[in-house]
Design a protein around this ligand. Structure first.
Ligand code: ARG
Length: 463
């Protein structure tokens, strides 16, 4: 392994220690950046050609050599070497092997420090786009489901106790709101990812008359980074992405938790598709919501990656430090985890079967329309605090009788408050309760129908 000549061999009198070679190498994981490294190198070579640092034929040789390497990597025919430490030196060494002298010129006006920061940003930009596409697919699936559940009523909960009836469509739209904010956050993060470090070289820039605006344009970056020291050293873009990923996982874990509860026989609000569940090796009756549980559980590792990246960056002096090599594995795993979890949900939701009768039955328990009775009394001129008190007594009465509020006879209700009339009963039904919440953002079916249309329009417009 150590027979490979290191780029720094001129300065050193000892070969690298075997263990140190393994310890410092990143090729085991950063090879994932290979195609972005090549993309960046091709743009760099073209820029060097444009400013006359490389001849036309050197430039051509470098580009076709790099293209051949890309194809070797894609075919799995590339021989990675730990002695060559990282993805950058592996590719450069192979390039020189393929095209000779010209290959040794590619690294002019560049350092691995600006190179790796560029690779990581190019890669993350693509991953953000993939994650955003998956978020959109999930959003579309939830909106489709919501469309059919605009009139479905289930108990809305606070403290996991029955609070007020809501429509299932409305509940699903709450999920959509969370995910839409996640999409916005990613779009915002992407703007700061899409800035090009290349040209910062090791830390201070380079003595060659490079054209960074040209390279940035070739690579689709919005602009070159403004400060060379900052460009090679900061990984806040990665931290920011990890924070976005962590919030996506927070949201998915909340959805997962609800699905797990709803699929339990105690709730029985939904049937999860068999294809997304597993059985028990001992208890024949079991159908376990493994996929949703895993999504809930995997949130932990993404939070961990965010913490790892924050800690990695904390107190690092300018400019580049090798600490930053440790940014890749957490970032890679955060991307993979978020993508897989979004995919699992986007695939599962279209097969979710809501159990409308069960939801309705549950909404009838727990006096979900008590607030509607209090509101009714307020409309009859009774101050809310007093109305609350009267309604509380009505609930106690209904509890004693073992009936719902809507089943208390009018005489009984009148004994609590003389102003209660026959017209109270429509208010105490589930339909009456949800229909009355007809303002913007409310749970009334008409509002929900409109909210779904608006969400669809936003999704189609790409924001
Ligand atoms: N493998 C390194 C990393 O991931 C590449 C940059 C190395 N630069 C250096 N000066 N050792 O950060």
């Amino acid at each position: 392994m150590t027979d490979v000549q290191k780029p720094w061999s001129g300065r050193f009198t000892q070969p690298t220690d075997r263990f140190v070679e393994e310890f410092t190498a990143s090729v085991g994981f950063d090879r994932r950046l290979a195609l972005y490294d090549i993309q960046g190198s091709i743009a760099h070579a073209k820029m060097l050609g444009k400013i006359g640092v490389l001849t036309e034929s050197e430039c051509q040789a470098i580009i076709s050599g790099l293209e051949q390497i890309a194809s070797e990597i894609e075919r799995g025919a590339f021989a990675w070497s730990v002695a060559l430490e990282d993805v950058h030196m592996n590719i450069e060494a192979r390039l020189t092997e393929l095209i000779g002298e010209a290959g040794k010129k590619l690294h002019t006006a560049r350092s691995r420090n600006d190179q790796v920061a560029t690779d990581l940003r190019l890669w993350l930009r693509d991953e953000i786009d993939r994650i955003s596409a998956e978020l959109r697919r999930l959003l579309a699936a939830i909106l489709d489901l919501a469309e059919g559940e605009v009139d479905t009523i289930l108990p809305g909960l606070t403290h996991l106790q029955v609070a007020q009836p809501v429509t299932f469509g409305h509940h699903l739209l709450a999920w959509c709101e969370m995910l839409e904010r996640d999409l916005e956050r990613l779009a915002d993060c992407r703007r700061r990812v899409n800035v090009m470090p290349l040209g910062a070289a090791a830390l201070a820039g380079t003595s060659f008359p490079i054209d960074r605006f040209y390279t940035a344009e070739l690579l689709g970056f919005d602009r070159p980074a403004r400060n060379s020291l900052d460009a090679v050293s900061d990984r806040d873009f990665a931290i920011e992405f990890a924070a976005c990923a962590a919030l996506i996982m927070v949201h998915l874990s909340r959805m997962a938790e609800e699905l797990i509860l709803w699929a339990s026989p105690q709730f029985d609000f939904v049937e999860l598709p068999d294809a997304f569940c597993t059985g028990s090796s001992i208890m024949p009756q079991k159908k376990n919501p493994d996929v949703t549980e895993l999504v809930r559980g995997k949130s932990g590792r993404v939070f961990g990656h965010l913490m790892a990246l924050l800690t990695l960056m904390k107190a690092q002096p300018l400019a580049y430090n090798k600490d930053n090599q440790e940014d890749k594995e957490p970032l890679f795993d955060a991307v993979d985890t978020v993508l897989n979890c979004l995919r699992a949900f986007a695939d599962l939701i279209p097969h979710l079967r809501p159990k409308r009768e069960s939801m309705r039955h549950a909404a009838k328990l727990g006096f979900a329309t008590a607030t509607d009775l209090a509101d009714y009394l307020v409309r009859k001129g009774i101050p809310f605090r007093q109305a609350h008190e009267i309604t509380g007594r009505a609930v106690r009465l209904a509890l004693e009788r073992g009936v719902d509020l809507s089943e208390l006879p009018l005489v009984e209700l009148k004994s609590l408050c003389g102003q209660i009339e026959q017209d109270v009963y429509p208010m105490l039904t589930l339909e009456g309760s949800v229909a009355s919440r007809a303002h913007y953002g409310g749970t009334a079916p008409d509002q929900v129908r409109q909210a779904i249309q608006e969400a669809r329009r936003r999704l189609a417009a790409g924001h």
